[in-house]
Write a protein that binds this ligand. Structure first.
Ligand SMILES: *[C@@H]1O[C@H](CO)[C@@H](O)[C@H](O)[C@H]1NC(C)=O
Ligand SMILES: *[C@@H]1O[C@H](CO)[C@@H](O)[C@H](O)[C@H]1NC(C)=O
Ligand SMILES: *[C@@H]1O[C@H](CO)[C@@H](O)[C@H](O)[C@H]1NC(C)=O
Ligand SMILES: *[C@@H]1O[C@H](CO)[C@@H](O)[C@H](O)[C@H]1NC(C)=O
Ligand SMILES: *[C@@H]1O[C@H](CO)[C@@H](O)[C@H](O)[C@H]1NC(C)=O
Ligand SMILES: *[C@@H]1O[C@H](CO)[C@@H](O)[C@H](O)[C@H]1NC(C)=O
Ligand SMILES: *[C@@H]1O[C@H](CO)[C@@H](O)[C@H](O)[C@H]1NC(C)=O
Ligand SMILES: *[C@@H]1O[C@H](CO)[C@@H](O)[C@H](O)[C@H]1NC(C)=O
Ligand SMILES: *[C@@H]1O[C@H](CO)[C@@H](O)[C@H](O)[C@H]1NC(C)=O
Length: 416
């Protein structure tokens, strides 16, 4: 109830500017959301005679921002234009960053100026997840490069985007968080001390704009090992997990790999008696690990992986019949070497430096490790012991026969 009240207090003011559509959303007479962007739509729709036609149009400068809302951690930018069309972007703030969760585009096929001869007269809603994450709080998200979102029969291309959600003191920030496509050399060096005039958050690789040069992607560096822990209600860690992770996923015929970035990862989870859960969220990737306690042993039982791809679509795969990272309750599982694990047909993980303990963590520290390397060698031990025993038996037998021969020889001698 109080939320709806808030929504009505939020007011939209729209300015027209020669470059792009500019919107200032205010709450209590203070700027709370700023946006300036250029947007091109390409919509295919059905016309009489069972044919399809494509309408192309720009987001006009003349839009209204009615229905836009600003709240502490949730904001919505809603741009309405023309005859019943609208574009909404939902923003969420968490910690020291914010992101856009969802773009909703509603177009009204009854608008004959845009959709001439359309068979349908309905309003159509399409939703997409934008590549717009991890924007440092109190900075503007800036992306001059073109970014095309393709959903159903709609292509939305935006460029010259400058947006600040969660404006804190009533005026737009001069600080920028640039998108990856704008940064000159996004791949080669793991940007250490590049020119840092403004905080530049790593954006996940957006599809490179116009010239689609198919350069062979350079090999990824080894993923950074992250240390994650889940705390019980009483503040001591109850689940510990360290690992570096690379995710390989297939969408249609396209195979892509990306390294999970531990820096800035949001860690949540819960510790149970029979099952514990670890959720990691970093950039475009969300991982949910479920560990089970089978009385004497624990194992990684289920894994859900969500990747928001650069094209705006969402990749999701899950497997809840895994038996990975197994060790005794009261100890930890360790595997330093690189492991390649197939989760589903479309998803594989490459893990590095794994050490996990999802149950019975004492004093926030790992217990003794059960090493996967030792597992590999453990079958060698019985073989070695067996071989040694065999050799020993042979020696004893040999000694016995030699001794017996001698004895017999001496026996004959004494009898003689
Ligand atoms: C959207 O873009 C794709 C790829 O460029 C193209 O094949 C498709 O026809 C476009 N759709 C519309 C509605 O313009
Ligand atoms: C329209 O085309 C689709 C395939 O493109 C076909 O399956 C359908 O029967 C056609 N409908 C009419 C009314 O011709
Ligand atoms: C961006 O990523 C690189 C390595 O991929 C890392 O070294 C750097 O700290 C990251 N920067 C930010 C702001 O997260
Ligand atoms: C806090 O955790 C420790 C060990 O994990 C446990 O021994 C202790 O009872 C817990 N305290 C409370 C108040 O739950
Ligand atoms: C992690 O990111 C922060 C800024 O977000 C940066 O200051 C720090 O150097 C990064 N650390 C590593 C290890 O990349
Ligand atoms: C594991 O499960 C068994 C049986 O349900 C239970 O007795 C034991 O306390 C559990 N261990 C932990 C660490 O929760
Ligand atoms: C854990 O599992 C055991 C048997 O598998 C069951 O008796 C117990 O109730 C379960 N505990 C919880 C908290 O679910
Ligand atoms: C993982 O995904 C499956 C399938 O969609 C779902 O049923 C399950 O609840 C998810 N698990 C978690 C822990 O989110
Ligand atoms: C993992 O193993 C599969 C099959 O052995 C292989 O095709 C794939 O390239 C490997 N992935 C990585 C990242 O090494």
């Amino acid at each position: 109830m109080s939320q709806t009240l808030f929504f009505f207090i939020a007011l939209g003011t729209v300015f027209q500017l020669s470059c792009g559509t500019q919107v200032n959303v205010t709450k209590d007479d203070k700027l709370c959301l700023f946006a300036n962007l250029m947007l091109h739509f390409s919509v295919s729709y059905e016309v009489t005679g069972n044919k399809s036609q494509t309408a192309t149009f720009e987001l006009p400068e003349n839009v209204t921002a009615d229905g836009s809302t600003c709240d502490a951690t949730k904001s919505t930018l809603k741009l309405s234009f023309g005859d019943g069309h609208s574009l909404s972007v939902d923003f969420t703030a968490s910690g020291d960053s914010y992101r856009a969760d969802l773009i909703t585009f509603i177009y009204n096929l009854n608008d004959t100026t845009l959709f001439n001869n359309s068979v349908s007269e309905d309003a159509v809603t399409v939703k997409a997840e934008p590549q717009f994450t991890n924007v440092t709080m109190d900075t503007c998200y800036s992306c001059h490069s073109e970014d095309t979102i393709q959903v159903d029969s709609v292509n939305m291309t935006m460029w010259n985007v400058l947006i600040q959600a969660f404006v804190s003191n009533g005026s737009k920030s001069e600080q920028m968080t640039s998108c990856a496509a704008d940064t000159p050399t996004p791949t080669p060096t793991p940007a250490g001390n590049a020119t840092t005039t403004a905080p530049v958050t790593n954006m996940t690789s957006t599809a490179p704009p116009p010239p689609p040069t198919t350069t062979p992607t350079p090999p990824l560096p080894t993923p950074t090992t992250g240390n994650y822990s889940v705390k019980a209600t009483n503040q001591s860690a109850c689940l510990l997990a360290n690992f570096g992770l690379r995710i390989g996923y297939k969408q249609g015929s396209k195979y892509e790999e990306l390294n999970f970035e531990p820096n800035g990862t949001q860690v949540t989870g819960l510790c149970g008696v029979n099952s514990s859960e670890l959720t990691l969220e970093s950039g475009p990737v969300t991982l949910v690990f479920t560990f089970t306690n089978d009385t004497k042993k624990f194992r990684l039982h289920a894994l859900n992986v969500t990747v928001k791809t650069s094209s705006g679509s969402v990749f999701f795969e899950s497997n809840s019949s895994l038996s990975l990272w197994e060790a005794s309750i009261g100890s930890s599982y360790m595997c330093k070497k690189e492991q390649n694990v197939t989760i589903t047909e479309e998803l594989e993980l490459l893990t590095f430096n794994v050490r996990v303990q999802p149950f019975a963590v004492k004093k926030g520290l790992f217990s003794t490790a059960e090493d996967c390397q030792a597992d590999g060698e453990s079958f060698l031990v019985p073989i070695a012991v067996g071989v040694a025993l065999l050799v020993l038996i042979l020696i004893v037998l040999l000694a016995y026969f030699i001794g017996r021969k001698r004895n017999m020889a001496t026996g004959y001698e004494s009898f003689a």
